[in-house]
Design a protein around this ligand. Structure first.
Ligand code: SF4
Length: 247
């Protein structure tokens, strides 16, 4: 097998990546954000059921960190309301909402039924494309995915390489119990739909209530093989030292 190059970005040295690999949670987040003067760093958030935990850690380090939120136009109104309330609660001052141009969406999905006929194409135009445009402005993307979500996420590592980007997942090793503890100890406001029985939140037409303890994302694209919108694919690789990191 061909060895993967260790140095993937001119701005991040092997020593820096090796250091990051031995951290997680708030420690990892603070360390990565300490490089904000030399790296273009953003947090991506869906403002979903567990998003407050990562965003609270971000706010503890730097409230002006860019937070990227993609509005697909098919979200629950409660999610966009929650975005505003949570950002205010945490004092986040740089939440950036991205949306695909109306004309592009109309062209791909003239009658609004693309989520039924071709959900991958629907996610592509409404979510992946605006997200990809934002990526060009950043070197490092920090997200809230966790192993306990299962499926493709069950082997998630804290640092991934994705094309020219580094993706950092400070909560990769957080359990469901860790999330509950963070909500209670930090007094974080819950997404209002969690109380109505939604354990994971995406677009309204593709999200059902689900209380499966072992699969919090069970209500997403229910009845289909699809488990991800697509923004987390794109050539993700695990930094090669991870196998020796002990995390
Ligand atoms: S989650 Fe559903 S409605 Fe939202 S972009 Fe994907 S297919 Fe379309």
């Amino acid at each position: 097998m061909t060895a993967q190059p260790k140095l993937i970005m001119p701005l991040v040295t092997d020593a820096t990546l090796d250091h990051w690999l031995n951290l997680h949670g708030l420690e990892l987040l603070a360390e990565v954000l300490s490089h904000s003067d030399s790296l273009r760093i953003a947090v991506t958030s869906s403002f979903g059921s567990e998003s407050a935990v990562l965003l609270d850690l971000v706010a503890q380090v730097n409230k002006a960190t860019p937070v990227i939120f993609v509005d697909t136009g098919r979200l629950f109104a409660a999610t966009t309301d929650y975005r505003d309330r949570l950002a205010e609660h945490l004092g986040l001052s740089n939440v950036q909402t991205l949306k695909a141009p109306d004309l592009m969406v109309k062209n791909a999905d003239p009658d609004g039924t693309l989520f039924e006929t071709d959900p991958d194409a629907c996610c592509h135009v409404r979510k992946v494309m605006p997200y990809a445009q934002a990526l060009s402005k950043f070197d490092v993307l920090i997200g809230g995915r966790k192993r306990h979500h299962g499926d493709e996420r069950s082997k998630l590592e804290t640092v991934e390489l994705s094309g020219p980007h580094i993706k950092v997942n400070p909560l990769a090793h957080f359990s469901a119990e860790d999330i509950r503890t963070a909500f209670s100890t930090r007094n974080l406001p819950p997404h209002p739909l969690v109380q109505e029985g939604y354990s994971s939140l995406g677009c309204e037409p593709c999200t059902l209530k689900s209380c499966e303890v072992k699969n919090v994302r069970a209500g997403r694209w229910k009845g289909r093989k699809k488990t991800e919108c697509g923004i987390h694919f794109a050539d993700n690789r695990v930094y090669e030292s991870l196998t020796d990191s002990g995390l």
